[in-house]
Design a protein around this ligand. Sequence first.
Ligand SMILES: [Zn+2]
Ligand SMILES: [Zn+2]
Length: 424
Amino acid sequence: MGAVSDKILNDMIARRRDLHRYPETGWTEFRTTAKIAETLRALGYTVHFGSAFIKSEHVMGRNIDAETEKKRAIEQGADPAIVEEIGDYTGLYAEFDTGRPGPVTALRFDVDCVDATETTNDDHLPAKLGFASVNPGKMHSCGHDGHTAVGLALAELLKEEKELKGKIRLLFQPAEEGVRGGYAMTEAGLVDDADYFIAMHVGLGKPTGEVYGGVDGFLCTTKLDVDFKGFGAHAGGEPQKGRNALLAAATAALNLHAIAPHSGGATRINVGVLNAGEGRNVIAPSAHMKIETRGESDELAAYVYKRATHILEASAQMYDVEIKMTKQGEANRADSTPELARLVSEAAQAVPGVKCAGDKRPMAGSDDACWLMKRVQERGGQATYVGIGATTAAGHHNGAFDFDEAAMPIALGVLHNTIKRING
Ligand SMILES: [Zn+2]
Ligand SMILES: [Zn+2]
């Protein structure tokens, strides 16, 4: 690989830090999308905004006030004209068309942040260097700021390539957290003609220098919002008139976590949020829960989901309260195509900073890139999910998370080399 210029590498780090400072959760990435568009256009790309290809019936978990978010994005430095162009849906794609016949390679970079509060501790690098989140309760604690910056640097490197064939499509996907955006990108047909598809993630519990051409073992997952509606009453005066939504939700929470494991393989359940009640002396008339279920296969996922909905309904019935469940996100599972995983790990060997490159590595998370992977594989293409090791200060989604930026040039090099092998 020819040496990448210091300017490209420095710009990449600077962009990552800028994105880190202004994190945006799923479907609110107006500033992020505007910045990506601005950078790509300056490089000569035509950008296609989400609103042009995302259909509302494929959008999950979008409960936002778009006007407020757009206003915030502009206050935080987004170009107002671009925010106007973006329309309803965040995210975009752009294509590098070599003009020569050859394979279509699509890459996915997720751009959203996590609902998490960033630590203000002095030993936390973003705090120390002044690029910690300015958006309360929002934080890039999964590394997607890095993914976005790597995608933009790759876009820049591609423009210098004179020998490539085919097309390279760069997908900047909104709302990966909570697995909400991947399905909409897939159903938009963005990878229907792709011969190769690559998603990439930094960290994943592996140190800087380790690279995995294919990550497997994703869990199918469903994200649910649950609303319990009871009846408020005076807790001293006439408690018998109340219908207690708090107790229904609390009963459900404990029993959801008591769902038996399955001998057939891994399952997961989590009640991540439970808010209930209004006042000390009021029988709680409402409760709100955010839960997720997971399973290693469609069958295992269905097992947990079915038990969970049964427990939720039964708990509501016990306390005579109404229940409403709303699906907020969903992801299937996919396995990396072995040939492509091997090609990536071979391409990684030549990248400076790579100490070890393996073909496959299991992990127990979920990612809605699986929708895209599966679509490509079903249509005869190859797809892989590349793991780029990055030493982290704390686990993913923790407020003290920060990844080693040395993993970014590695990620860039691996993707660049891989494209040269596929489209060279
Ligand atoms: Zn995450
Ligand atoms: Zn992530």
